[in-house]
Design a protein around this ligand. Sequence first.
Ligand code: TZP
Ligand code: MG
Length: 214
Amino acid sequence: MFTRPAVYFIFGTANTGQKDPFQLLEEALKGGVSHFQLREKGLGALTGQALKEFALQCQILCHSYNVPFIVNDDVDLACDIGADGIHIGQEDTAASAVKARIGDKMILGVSVHSLEEAERAISDGADYLGMGPVYGTKSKSDAKDPSGVAKIILVKAGFPKTPVIAIGGITASNAGPVWKAGAEGIAVISAVTEAENVQEEVKRLTASYEGEYV
Ligand code: TZP
Ligand code: MG
């Protein structure tokens, strides 16, 4: 489900700027992203039926590349459209409640920032952990301070079997320490949404695991 090196792409319409979101997503899929998460947030975010239609179109596109489609926060939307997964943070619906609702039908991802949060998320049924921000990010207004890779090392030592997807300011040139820390994957917004050549950038992110482009 999270074979190293996973390159987990995230966006919402607030992140895609002048670019057409479907074109951007398709370029990222062609470049080889392993997962996609729709994170529709902020001023002007789509809601209701418009969000559902947008999400369904993204999901169809992802499925045509055999890539799992994951919804951020919105459990109702994820269940409604039959998404492959749901990702929640510590401030969202409790992981145990989400797990009780989705059972084993969907992937459950939980953002954690400590060994204690990791332990709870795993016992609540998380299939993978999101950890960050590793580096400074401009894509999340309420992001915590960057924590580097120390906590990833700690969590991987405690829970080696649970995949960790690192996030926050990750690019092809700074991903090296994240892979060395033992993360199964890197989650990125701006590295891909702001790339001049999206396909090439995704390839570079994937290759950062082998150090080819670093
Ligand atoms: N959670 C922690 S950092 C972040 C999220 C959603 C934003 C990551 O975006 P970028 O542009 O890859 O730094
Ligand atoms: Mg959230």
